[in-house]
Each structure stands twice: as C-alpha cells, then as structure tokens.
Design a protein around this ligand. Structure first.
Ligand code: CMC
Length: 443
C-alpha cells in the first residue's frame, strides 16, 4: 500500500500522507489540505471521515466483523460477562482475577446514589421519558459526587469509570420506579450487576424479586453486545463534547441524548412498536414489506450505517431471544413475526440490493419485553450497555497529549453579503410589545 496519496487541485499537486490502520484500513491524512490549497473536504454525515485514531474497537462492515480490543464479539458473547468486557474495553486488556474482583467490588460499592438525589427524581412528572431523566441525572451526578469532575490521572480515572458504571444502573432503575409510582429500591451488595439491576427494577418493599440466573445472564449478554461500537452517533457526541475539556459525566450525559433518536438507540423501541402495529392492524408480513418497499415506512431493526452484511450482534441476540422465551416458557407472537419478516426481507431484492440486514435492535426488544422491561426503558438499557464504550473513548481522547477541540468546518451556501436596510430598532430601541400584551387585536 502506498504511504502517500497524490492530489491534483487545479494546477497544484499535493502529496498527502497515508495512515494504515492495524487491520490494513488506509486513510488519507488531509489535515494540511486547507492550509496548502484553501480547500476543505466535504463529507455529509462524516460517512467517509475518520475523526480519530482509536485502539478500542474494530468493525469491518462488509464482512460483518466486530471486535472489542481485538477480541471477536462472538467469543466475548460466549465466554465473558458484561463487567469483564467493560474492563477490557475501558482499560485495554482482560483483567487478572484480583483486578477483576477489585473492579467489580468498586462498581458494586458505588451503585448507591447520594440520598439527596432522590428529591430530583421526585420533581420529574411521572410521564417524563426515562431517557430525559437519565441524561439529566447523569449530569447532576457531578453536583453530588464532585470527584467525578476531578480526573487528573489514570488512577482516578479507574475509580471514576467503576463509579459511573455502578451508578448508571441505579439511576436507570430509579427513573423507572418513579415513573410507575413505586418506591425506589436500593442496590444490594450481595448480587451480581444484572441481578442487582433486575432487583432495583422489579422488587417492591416486602416483595423481593429473585432473578433467575439465566434471565440475569440474558440481560448481561444484551449489555455486553451493546458495550461498544466505535464512532457511532452517541460515541462521536461523547468525544465531541469531551474535546472541549468537558467532564466525563457531562460528555456521557450528552451521549445519552444522542442515543435517544430512533435512527440510533431508539430503534429498539421502534422495532417493537412496529411489530405490535403489524399485529394490531392484522397486516400480513407480505403487505407490510410492500409498504416498506414503497418507502411508506422503514423496516425498523434493519440496515446499518456501517454494516453491509449481518450485524454480528443480531445473530447472537436472535439465539438469545429464543433461549429466553424457552426458559420463561413463553410464546411471543412478535418473535414469530420478526422471524418471518427477517426471512422474507432477506430473500427480497429490495433489501438484498441495498445490503440491508437485521441489526442489533431487531431482536433485542423481544428479549427486553420477555424480561418485563417496559418500552420506555428499552433505550435506557442500551445506554447502560454503551457506558463502557463512551467511557473508553472519553479516556482515550482525554489522556492523548495531542487532543484538540473538535471543530468541523462547513461550506456556507447562504445569502451573500447584504446590508441592514430596515429596522424597528432604529425607531424603538427595544423589542416592539406583542399584540396581546399591548391589548391590540388583529382585524
Ligand atoms: N427499511 C427500508 N429501507 C431502508 C432501511 C430500512 N430499515 N434502511 C435503509 N433503507 C433504504 C433507504 O430507503 C434507501 O433506499 P433508496 O436508495 O431507494 O433511497 C437505502 O436503503 C439507503 O438508505 P440510507 O438512509 O442511505 O441508509 P443509511 O446507511 O444512511 O441508514 C440507518 C442507516 C440505520 C439509519 C437505516 O438503515 C435505518 O433507518 N434503519 C432503521 C432504523 C434502525 O434500525 N436503526 C438502528 C441502527 S443499529 C443500532 C445503532 O447502532 O444505533
């Protein structure tokens, strides 16, 4: 592979360095392009722009490959756990036993929230979307735990990372409890991360919820599969916000907001709502797919900005969905419809020619539904899972001595220079009173 690229701009000829990634992905470094030629590059949606060099995650969208710190997602899904994988993603390597124990203890010890934070939950209306609460409360964390703002070295970062992973699950469960008018349940020190979350979600005073280990394991797998996905919309947001020097908690709170949209993390809700709509309206799968092909709607849970092949996470989740329903001895008509949609869509030229395959969200909602997690919490579950990835990216950037504030440029296509020709302000130096306030009415 060449180590320089040649670019001809008008009569100017330029040599630009080529950077080769560890999986042989080549990139042209255009950092000096504007200074040398006056040109910038234009790449709507940054689909062809590398925003950084990163060691955390590798995706080959054409081949359907996903690796965290070099390890294939399939191996982690089969043999690791969410917290061990979180450690790997954040700190770069799988932990030794003592390191892992220390990390897990630290996560557990930090699940408790400052008691004063409970009052903030009470101030939200019961109808408040849990994603809004989660983002607001992650931001509020630093008011009650100022140590979150003091990440001076990698050692304090280790503490804070465990702190955030512990607290986010409690914040999420509290948001749910307040939304259903039930008292918040405090975390338990004696159970694993996912059993603890299920306890905080579903226990009531005098009615302890005992999570089936298989169910806790299914939730653990779901979180693991969502833990990291390189420069997706929410992670890029975390990096963008963090590049100004903003704190880790402020940056991940912004990540939660970015995740909320239906084209990103919100798709897991949209998938289930779409499946329910199919059942409610008694539409056949064939008729529904015709609507999709006429561009009247999108098949939610299909397609991906990077994968032009199976999303490897979708394959694992599909098997897990089957297993969870079997353990719970439950039938779910939505799973049957999802399978039929998948089978027919994959055989259809519309989807094949556009390389649209099921993504991670296609089956995750079926599992969450079976676990009793309400729709409003689906994207919150994604946020809990994605926390290690956000933390790792913030850290990678924060401790990089060459970090600079992110500042894309634009091509301005608005009005050319024009002059100020008419002004109310010249006659009245303040804003004109509104018609309602001045008592005048139209007509
Ligand atoms: N159903 C039907 N048609 C689709 C779909 C879909 N889900 N996705 C893309 N297309 C069509 C689109 O209409 C367009 O067709 P045409 O060329 O005739 O205009 C073509 O495929 C290319 O679409 P695009 O919008 O350029 O594709 P994109 O790569 O920008 O979109 C996407 C990626 C994920 C936003 C999109 O596939 C989508 O909206 N999918 C449904 C939402 C979803 O499942 N999102 C979760 C993504 S995975 C979780 C995560 O990482 O956040």
């Amino acid at each position: 592979m060449p180590n320089v690229a040649h670019l001809q701009v008008g009569d100017q000829s330029l040599e630009l360095p080529v950077i080769i990634g560890s999986e042989d992905e080549p990139a042209i470094d255009i950092a000096t392009l504007r200074a040398k030629t006056g040109y910038i590059t234009l790449d709507d949606g940054f689909r062809n722009t590398g925003a950084c060099q990163s060691r955390i995650c590798f995706i080959d969208g054409d081949k359907g490959i996903l690796r965290y710190r070099g390890i294939p997602i399939e191996e982690l899904a089969e043999r690791s756990s969410f917290l061990e994988t979180a450690y790997l993603i954040i700190f770069g390597d799988l932990p030794e036993l003592a390191e892992f124990r220390h990390f897990c203890d630290h996560v557990r010890e930090n699940m408790m929230l400052h008691e004063e934070m409970r009052h903030h939950f009470e101030a939200f209306p019961p109808s408040a979307p849990p994603m809004a609460i989660l983002s607001a409360m992650i931001n509020a964390l630093s008011c009650f735990h100022p140590e979150l703002l003091q990440i001076e070295d990698e050692e304090t970062f280790h503490e804070v990372a465990a702190h955030l992973i512990g607290k986010v699950s409690t914040l999420a469960a509290f948001a749910y409890k307040f939304s259903v008018g039930q008292p918040a349940m405090y975390p338990r020190p004696d159970v694993d991360y996912c059993s603890n979350f299920l306890h905080m979600m579903f226990s009531r005073p005098y009615a302890e919820y005992h999570a089936d280990p298989e169910i806790a394991r299914a939730l653990d797998l779901l979180l693991l599969l969502h833990a990291e996905h390189e420069q997706n919309c929410s992670t890029s947001t975390v990096r963008m916000v963090g590049s100004s020097g903003a704190s880790l908690s402020a940056s991940v709170a912004a990540g939660v907001c970015a995740l909320w949209g239906p084209a990103h993390g919100g798709a897991n809700v949209a998938v289930i709502e779409q499946l329910e709509q199919i059942v409610r309206e008694k539409v056949s799968v064939d008729t529904f797919l015709e609507r999709v092909k006429r561009h009247e709607t999108r098949l939610m849970g299909f397609g991906h900005a990077v994968y032009r092949n199976f999303d490897p996470r979708a394959k694992v989740i599909k098997t897990a969905a089957d297993r969870v329903l079997k353990i719970l001895n439950r039938q779910d008509a939505l799973l049957d419809i999802a399978k039929e949609l998948e089978e027919k869509a994959l055989a259809d030229d519309y989807f094949a020619s556009r390389k649209l395959y099921p993504n991670v969200d296609f089956y995750s909602g079926v599992i969450l539904r079976a676990l009793g997690v309400p729709h409003s919490m689906f994207t919150v579950m994604f946020a809990i899972g994605r926390m290690p990835g956000w933390i790792a990216h913030w850290c990678e950037m924060h401790f990089d001595p060459s970090m600079r504030i992110s500042r894309p440029r634009q091509v301005y296509v608005g009005a050319p220079l024009r002059h100020y020709i008419y002004s109310f302000a010249e006659r009245t130096p303040c804003e004109p009173a509104s018609a309602a306030a001045s008592g005048t009415t139209a007509g």
